[in-house]
Design a binder for this molecule. Structure first.
Ligand SMILES: [Zn+2]
Ligand SMILES: [Zn+2]
Length: 335
């Protein structure tokens, strides 16, 4: 009988036949152990990729659930009068899980054979050094941010908004779990920006390890969840890196519906002028702070400005929903 498990492709033991385990560090030993334990490298990579995504996503969302349930943190909430309820968080979790198993699981599973085809390493040890990892991850951040900026603007176009992106805008005051709360088509479209960078890198450079991709995915998930958290702390990253978007930037997009289409960085919105309303809003808040208002007066003023921005957002959303081919054609006829 043909023993398919003895071929190098299926048997992790054969893959590591010439590996000197005494030269490996702790992480590398764990890496090889995982592949040896599962036995089949295709299954081991697919499982690790999906488990990593689930553990990081829900693991990172957990502290935000705790923070939302703790009044002490309210003073740093960007929309202080909008705290997500437990039932909202549960409804969001169910939709996110549905997307994870129907869209993300097959895409995650398909990613590594495609990337491997273009030269990505998976089971191989030793793992790349931090010096090799850091610039690659930075490149993926820049690529994803630009991809997302244009794809997100396209999702605000009438038909795509009405049938796809509207789901993600269900929460004008987002929370951590809502980062991937979206139509499955949106998860697919915007997820492309996350995995296309590593695939293109493999195609042109042929020297990428999936370990680097895991670091990229982990940081990207942290970025996505944190930017939906609804909190801006004095120690948030955007106060240290002024070009980092953070929650303060993306929360405005959910509240006001317009402006701030990028994910990680502020430069695309600044460059293409899609942050003017946002900057005017921040300037008004800053001016109020400088005017020496009391904490209560400032809080009232902030809520008033937020309500104003949200009202304008509702009108802008209606306008976007009606801006389809038929609408454009009708306008030309009338003129
Ligand atoms: Zn949007
Ligand atoms: Zn969002």
């Amino acid at each position: 009988m043909l023993n398919t498990t003895a071929t190098p492709y299926h048997d992790a033991g054969v893959l590591y036949a010439n590996t000197d385990f005494s030269q490996l560090n702790w992480i590398e030993l764990q890496w090889a152990s995982w592949y040896l334990w599962i036995g089949n490298p295709v299954l081991a990579t697919g499982l690790a990729s999906f488990l990593l995504h689930e553990c990081v996503y829900f693991g990172r969302a957990l502290p935000w659930i705790f923070i939302d349930a703790t009044p002490y943190f309210r003073k740093w909430k960007l929309q202080p009068n909008k705290i997500p309820t437990a039932s909202e968080q549960w409804a969001c979790t169910k939709q996110v899980l549905f997307s994870h198993f129907t869209v993300e699981l097959p895409v995650i599973w398909l990613f590594h054979p495609v990337a491997e085809f273009f030269g990505m390493s998976t089971w191989q040890v030793p793992l790349p050094s931090w010096v090799a990892i850091a610039p690659q991850v930075f490149l993926f951040f820049v690529f994803e941010d630009m991809f997302h900026y244009f794809a997100h603007q396209a999702l605000h176009w009438g038909p795509l908004y009405k049938h796809v992106h509207k789901i993600h805008h269900q929460y004008p005051a987002p929370f951590g779990l809502a980062a991937e709360y979206a139509h499955p088509a949106e998860v697919f479209i915007l997820g492309t920006g996350t995995i296309l960078g590593p695939i293109l890198y493999c195609m042109f450079r042929h020297d990428l390890h999936i370990f680097t991709v895991y670091i990229w995915i982990t940081l990207r998930l942290f970025q996505a969840i944190d930017s939906h958290s609804g909190y801006d702390f004095p120690w948030s990253l955007q106060h240290w890196l002024p070009f980092w978007s953070g929650a303060e930037h993306h929360d405005f997009h959910h509240m006001a519906f317009v402006n701030n289409f990028s994910t990680s960085f502020r430069w695309c919105d600044r460059l293409f002028g899609t942050d003017t309303k946002y900057r005017a809003y921040r300037a008004r808040l800053e001016a109020a702070k400088k005017a020496g208002m009391s904490a209560e007066e400032y809080a009232r003023m902030e809520i008033r400005l937020n309500e104003e921005a949200e009202r304008e957002g509702v009108a802008a959303e209606k306008k976007a929903e009606n801006s389809d081919f038929a609408g454009a054609w009708h306008k030309t006829k009338v003129q």
